[in-house]
Write a new protein. Structure first.
Ligand SMILES: [Zn+2]
Length: 96
């Protein structure tokens, strides 16, 4: 009954990694409460993961960009809804 391990070379695994790095959480109390997270307005966490699992960052970036993910937090806000988790990460640059 062992659960199948998530393939690290999938968008689902990438999303998990980026979400953890962005560290989404709430700060403050009551009316002051607000959602906060870490984002440097670029795709550094995505790039980090691409290097880690040896997939093509430019190819991944192109797919995320088409899904509204232009920075790490946008990937979580926009791209996760448009890209299925079991889609494999592109391992090489798109030829164009
Ligand atoms: Zn962002």
């Amino acid at each position: 009954m062992s659960e199948k391990k998530q393939d690290p070379k999938t968008f689902g695994a990438l999303f998990d990694y980026v979400e953890e790095k962005c560290n989404f959480h709430e700060e403050g109390k009551g009316m002051e409460k607000k959602a906060v997270w870490t984002c440097f307005h670029d795709l550094r966490f995505v790039k980090e993961y691409c290097v880690l699992v040896d997939v093509s960052f430019p190819a991944v970036q192109a797919v995320l960009g088409r899904a509204g993910g232009y920075c790490d937090c946008e990937v979580i806000f926009n791209s996760t809804e448009k890209i299925a988790r079991d889609i494999p990460l592109p391992t090489r640059r798109p030829s164009a």
